[in-house]
Ligand binder design. Structure first.
Ligand code: NDP
Length: 277
């Protein structure tokens, strides 16, 4: 049997780095690919983890906004491992509250990383998932807060159980367009770029889970979105309540759901608990 392999995106620092460490400490049996867009930062992170006793961590470059980069990783996984067992889509970004870029620009840039980047990684890597694979899309509780701030029509669209990936992509595009023309609140969108991108990540996870249930029903694949909580990282600052290790607990729990587990699947999970959507 081929060796097992896990991939964590945006893992040179913050929650991603803590997820790699968490997988290692939880006894993931196989290689853990710490991926980062910056090779030097990724290699430095690997050196730190190896010094802490995590021997099964390997670096691979991945810029989630570069589709060619995802395809290179796919080729590497196919050639070296013959598939993929765990994918944690952690990489993400947010503008600071003090950012001076116009809202439309913030919406476009944040959407590109958090939604489109995550989607492109999934398009490359979901087709090579092995039976019993686990996928964790790091979203946020802000996605729940933000969907509740959408007008009823948008809420109904996002909560429609038959929404397709294509329809979701169109909605994300409509938000960015409305943000650029200054019409987003008039059209019923929340006044948050980050929050809307994370609605996209949570809803995408529900769609992907449904598609796996339909297309690979006997394969035991479990795919969920999660929130790590408020975590002390460069993104959230040092006043947040959780350490990166604590923030990694739920993503690691979902990535390590035992073989034979039937749930959670297609859920938004935080503090290891399924949340109402
Ligand atoms: P950080 O800013 O500390 O880390 C973000 C990571 O994502 C970095 O490694 C960064 O790389 C990477 N990244 C950004 N863009 C890309 C890209 N195009 N390709 C590859 N990697 C990229 O953030 P956190 O650790 O706090 O956040 C991790 C995830 O958790 C995010 O998805 C975030 O939205 C989510 N989250 C965080 C919360 C918090 O309180 N911290 C709360 C809820 C959700 P680089 O160093 O090169 O910039």
């Amino acid at each position: 049997m081929s060796k097992k392999v896990a991939v964590v995106t945006g893992a040179n620092k913050g929650i991603g780095l803590a997820i790699v460490k968490g997988l290692c400490k939880a006894g993931f049996k196989g290689d853990i690919l710490l991926t980062a867009r910056n090779e030097k930062l990724g290699q430095e992170a690997i050196a730190g983890l190896q010094a802490e006793g995590c021997k099964n961590v390997i670096f691979h470059q991945l810029d989630i906004c570069n589709q060619g980069s995802s395809l290179k990783l796919k080729k590497f996984l196919e050639e070296k491992y013959g598939g993929l067992d765990v994918l944690v889509n952690n990489a993400g970004m947010a503008f600071k509250n003090s950012a001076t870029e116009p809202f439309g620009e913030q919406a476009e840039v944040t959407m590109r990383t958090n939604f489109w980047g995550t989607l492109w990684v999934c398009h490359a890597l979901l087709p090579i998932l092995r039976p019993n694979a686990r996928v964790v899309n790091v979203s946020s509780f802000v996605s729940k807060k933000s969907i509740d701030q959408c007008n009823p029509e948008l809420q109904a669209k996002f909560r429609n159980k038959d929404l397709s990936e294509e329809e979701l992509c169109l909605l994300m595009g409509e938000f960015v367009h409305a943000a650029q023309t200054g019409d987003h609140t008039a059209q019923g969108w929340p006044n948050t770029a980050y929050g809307t991108t994370k609605i996209g990540v949570t809803v995408l996870s529900k769609i992907q889970a449904r598609v796996f249930s339909e297309t690979r029903p006997g394969d035991g694949i479990l795919l969920n979105a999660c929130c790590p909580g408020m975590v002390r990282t460069d993104m959230a600052g040092q006043n947040a309540s959780k350490s990166p290790e604590e923030g990694a607990e739920t993503p690691v729990y979902l990535a390590m759901l035992p073989e034979g587990a039937k749930e959670p699947h297609g859920q938004l999970v935080w503090d290891k608990t399924v949340q109402e959507w």
